[in-house]
Write a protein that binds this ligand. Structure first.
Ligand SMILES: [Zn+2]
Ligand SMILES: [Zn+2]
Length: 365
């Protein structure tokens, strides 16, 4: 009997499971053998028996969870086939954060690709996404609605620098996720020619140091000293999103609050959070890039893990591609605020759209 995709990948309580290889991919519970796509907390958890991931992802996990985050670890080199049980796996860059990879699983000429989280937009802090032709493509759909079209990041960084020039006495407090987004914003600022120190909240420090050790040039990034905050006129300060509004940020001189996130594409959300300067910078694919990627893989079948699944599944149908939502729970937490609000808006929003989502969106970016 010919091999079916479900022999290569299926769903268990812990998440995606490969029966022929005896391993899980990005399991949300501790398992004997895990293959990990990238270091965000919703995909990379501590407590597995063995972990196979890229070297960068293994080092990110060690920084986050301690050196004993699993019993044994193995580094996957990009592009190199690795035999596990009756399947061959191969890691390919996903363009999402440093070390992020898609995982191709293959046996008897059938190939399934688990993309983890991915984006096609340029990112100076990680390798670009590589299209891996496959039979079944497993995709996220964080921004899986046609209204989600992300602007060029250089425009967003220019907005921030224009504000710094306009208000030289005010500190600019930029909320950004500690793994990936924060370092991407720093690298984009450097590309734009900003050469002053970029100040960091303590929560950003370890991962930023790791990025520097991995060869990503981020310039001078001192940690904010609490007693010095009032003196940081005109400084750019990066902090976790939750710190934008808390008492920590109020000690800076007349702070301008900014937030770097794909969710800033939703103007109402920026208003809700009291964000004065929304910066639309996403580490996930927008709608055109989700569709383009699915087409480029040539997959006949698509499984959608999490996010705005329904619209993408529907679009696949219009293209003659079989598709199903997996409704995986536990993903999306890397952007905790965005994910939870997205969920509440799609159930309690005022005007459900045709795909069942009720995101409050403005007409233009
Ligand atoms: Zn992620
Ligand atoms: Zn994720």
């Amino acid at each position: 009997m010919p091999l079916r995709a479900s022999d290569l990948l299926t769903l268990t309580r812990e998440g995606l499971y490969c029966p022929l290889g005896g391993f899980h991919v990005d399991p949300t519970w501790p398992v004997a053998r895990a293959l990990i796509t990238h270091g965000h907390a919703d995909h990379a958890r501590a407590g597995h028996g063995s972990v196979l991931a890229t070297g960068e992802t293994l080092r990110i996990m060690a920084v986050r969870y301690g050196e004993d985050f699993c019993r044994t670890r193995q580094e996957a080199k990009l592009g190199e086939p690795i035999r596990i049980g009756d399947v061959t796996v191969r890691f390919a860059p996903a363009g999402h954060v440093l070390g992020s990879a898609q995982i191709a699983i293959e046996a008897e000429g059938v190939r399934v690709v688990v993309s983890g989280d991915y984006k096609r937009a340029r990112d100076p802090t990680c390798l670009p996404f590589e299209v891996v032709p496959c039979d079944v493509f497993i995709t996220e759909a964080t921004f899986g609605l046609p209204v989600f079209r992300m602007p060029d990041t250089s425009e967003e960084v220019a907005k921030l620098l224009a504000s710094v020039a306009l208000f030289p006495e005010r500190a600019h407090i930029v909320g950004a996720y500690a793994l990936g987004k924060a370092q991407r914003v720093m690298a984009l600022l450097r590309e734009a020619g900003y050469d002053r120190p970029i100040y960091l909240h303590g929560a950003m420090e370890k991962l930023t140091e790791l990025y520097k050790r991995e060869g990503i040039r981020l310039g001078e990034t001192p940690k904010v000293v609490a007693a010095e905050r009032a003196k940081l006129h005109g400084a750019i300060v990066l902090c976790p999103p939750s710190s934008i509004q808390d008492v920590w940020s109020r000690k800076f001189p007349d702070p301008v609050t900014a937030f770097a996130s794909g969710w800033m594409r939703v103007r109402a959300r920026a208003r809700q959070k009291g964000v004065e300067l929304p910066l639309v910078i996403s580490d996930h694919s927008d709608w055109p890039d989700l569709c383009r990627t699915i087409r480029e893989t040539g997959a006949e079948e698509v499984w959608v893990t999490h996010g705005q699944e329904d619209a993408l599944v529907h679009w696949c149908g219009t293209q003659g591609i079989r598709a199903k939502p997996l409704h995986l729970l536990g993903y999306g937490d890397e952007e905790v605020e965005g994910a939870s609000e997205s969920a509440s808006e799609s159930t309690a929003g005022p005007a459900p759209g045709p795909a069942g989502a009720a995101v409050d969106l403005e007409a233009s970016p």
